[in-house]
Structures are given as structure tokens and as C-alpha cells.
Design a protein around this ligand. Structure first.
Ligand code: UDP
Length: 270
């Protein structure tokens, strides 16, 4: 199976229809200086082109912390075609560090915003990769009700450990190839989704792959987003932590300890 090698020429974010200086360098991540609308416009442009599969990552505080000790994740972020700030703390830190980002562009909001941007006369085809068995089916049903012109052409919930199994990875790529969607919504959790997409994007038969965590769960109504006031005040993490304490308390405690250190470190090197 073709995978990325050092000497392969990568299309990169210079393909973004935005200014060449439009990157903000924060904690070792080059984040695109884009608003939600810019991101949606760019994705629509990519869907209309024939340039192979481009992929999008959406760093939040946890990713910024993970990436410090994870070179493969750092490589995935470097090669991503679009890097969007998914989290108010990232945007706040960008302003403190005089690398201002215009707004938060959360992956879970980008997907519905992209769907909303297509009017009834336009069709967009989508493949949902990830989430627990059955969840993507519910998401597809909800999507059909809300966006009849957005067609879910394929769904796959890979089994645990699939990423270490070449045969499983081939199955995923073949399933995507069989329906050639415009967009693959990848909801496998971080850093699994970024590492998998980075390893395979040149074999993904789609225009765009969006690494967007729990978005399929949100589309299915399986997980609930935080109330708007919490989202607006940067408290979505608290809502998620209360919904899944076992999984998230330890993670967020580590993030709360390390992330300010990353900000201070960058502040002191200015
Ligand atoms: N998931 C999956 N396969 C895996 C691991 C996770 O489909 O091997 C899905 C899981 O069911 C959920 C999503 O990935 O839908 C997790 O997204 P979330 O953003 O909550 O994960 P995080 O990045 O916060 O760990």
C-alpha cells in the first residue's frame, strides 16, 4: 500500500487561497489564520478541484500538549493542508503571544457549516469514518433530514486496533474508493485520526479528509455539545469532562498543568 515517504512531494498549505503570511506559529504548530467562513470557502474550492486528498486538522489544548512529545503527530500537523484552532484557549494564547488568530474554528462546527454552505441545488457526497458501531448510521439519518442534498455515500466504524492492521487499513481505503466521496469525516479521536490520515491520505480516494474527533457523535445526537454560554466562554472542556469524567479528568488535569507552561515558554523566547 502506498504510504508517505520522505522524498514524495507533498501538496501543502500554500494551496490555501489566503495570504502567504497567514500562519501563526504557536507551541510548535503552524495554525492557519482563517475564520470559519474562509475555511468553508477553501474546502468548497478543494472539493471542486482534482488535486488528490487534502486533510484538515483542528488543534485544541490537548493536541498542543500531546504534540510536544509525539513526533509523528508533529509531522502530521506539519503536512496538513489546513490547520484550524479548535479551542478558545488556543485563540486567547495566540493574542497573548502577539500571533493573533481571528476566531475559534472548531471541527464540530466546521462540518455543519460546510454542509450549510451547499444550497439545495448542489450536492456534496460524504463518507463517515469512525464512531461506535451504529452511531454513524444515526448521524447519516439526521443529516439526511437536515441537509437532503448532502449525501452520505459510505459509513465505516473500524474495529479496535485497526490502525495497526494493514488489512483493515486496506479495507477502509477500498470502502472509500468504492464510493469516491467528496469529503471523508474522520472521527477516530486524537491522535489516532491525524496519524492514520497522515499515513494514508495519498491513498484516500476523496477530495478532503476532515479530522474532527467526536463530530459524528454530535451529528448522531449521541454526545451533546455544551450549552452555548459555555461554548462562548471557553468552558466546553468542562462540559465534556463532566460527561466523560473517567476518560477526561486525568487528561485535562495534565493539559491544565502543561499548557500554561507552553505559553510561558513561548512568551519568554520572544
Ligand atoms: N473512535 C473510533 N475508533 C477508535 C477510537 C475512537 O471510532 O479506535 C471514535 C469514538 O467512538 C468517538 C471518537 O472517536 O466517536 C472520539 O472523539 P473525541 O474527540 O471524543 O476523542 P478525543 O480526540 O477527545 O480522544
Amino acid at each position: 500500500m502506498p504510504t508517505l515517504t520522505d522524498n514524495q512531494q507533498l501538496p501543502n498549505s500554500s494551496t490555501l487561497p489566503c495570504k502567504a503570511d497567514a500562519k501563526r506559529s504557536l507551541f510548535g504548530i503552524d495554525i492557519d489564520n482563517l475564520r470559519m467562513q474562509d475555511a468553508v470557502d477553501t474546502l468548497r474550492q478543494w472539493v471542486g478541484e482534482d488535486e488528490g486528498c487534502r486533510f484538515v486538522v483542528t488543534p485544541n489544548v490537548d493536541h498542543a500538549v500531546l504534540l510536544q512529545e509525539n513526533q509523528p503527530l508533529r509531522d502530521a500537523y506539519e503536512d496538513a493542508h489546513m490547520v484550524l484552532a479548535d479551542g478558545h484557549p488556543i485563540v486567547w494564547a495566540s493574542r497573548l503571544l502577539k500571533q493573533p488568530l481571528p476566531e475559534r474554528v472548531a471541527g464540530s462546527e466546521l462540518v455543519p457549516a460546510l454542509f450549510d454552505s451547499y444550497d439545495q441545488s448542489e450536492e456534496l457526497t460524504v463518507f463517515l469514518l469512525g464512531a461506535a458501531p451504529g452511531v454513524a448510521q444515526t448521524a447519516a439519518k439526521n443529516m439526511e433530514a437536515q441537509w437532503p442534498n448532502i449525501k452520505t455515500v459510505g459509513i465505516y466504524s473500524p474495529p479496535m486496533g485497526f490502525e495497526k492492521d494493514d488489512a483493515q487499513c486496506d479495507i477502509i481505503l477500498q470502502r472509500i474508493s468504492a464510493c469516491k466521496p467528496d469529503v471523508v469525516v474522520v472521527g477516530l479521536g486524537a491522535p489516532k485520526q491525524e496519524l492514520w490520515v497522515h499515513r494514508h491520505f495519498q491513498s484516500i480516494d476523496a477530495k478532503v479528509a476532515l479530522c474532527v474527533g467526536a463530530t459524528i457523535d454530535f451529528l448522531a445526537g449521541e454526545k451533546k455539545r455544551a450549552p452555548l454560554w459555555m461554548q462562548k466562554n471557553g468552558l466546553e472542556w468542562m462540559h465534556r469532562m463532566c460527561s466523560e469524567p473517567k476518560r477526561l479528568v486525568k487528561r485535562y488535569a495534565k493539559d491544565a498543568w502543561i499548557f500554561p507552561q507552553l505559553v510561558l515558554k513561548q512568551l519568554s523566547t520572544k
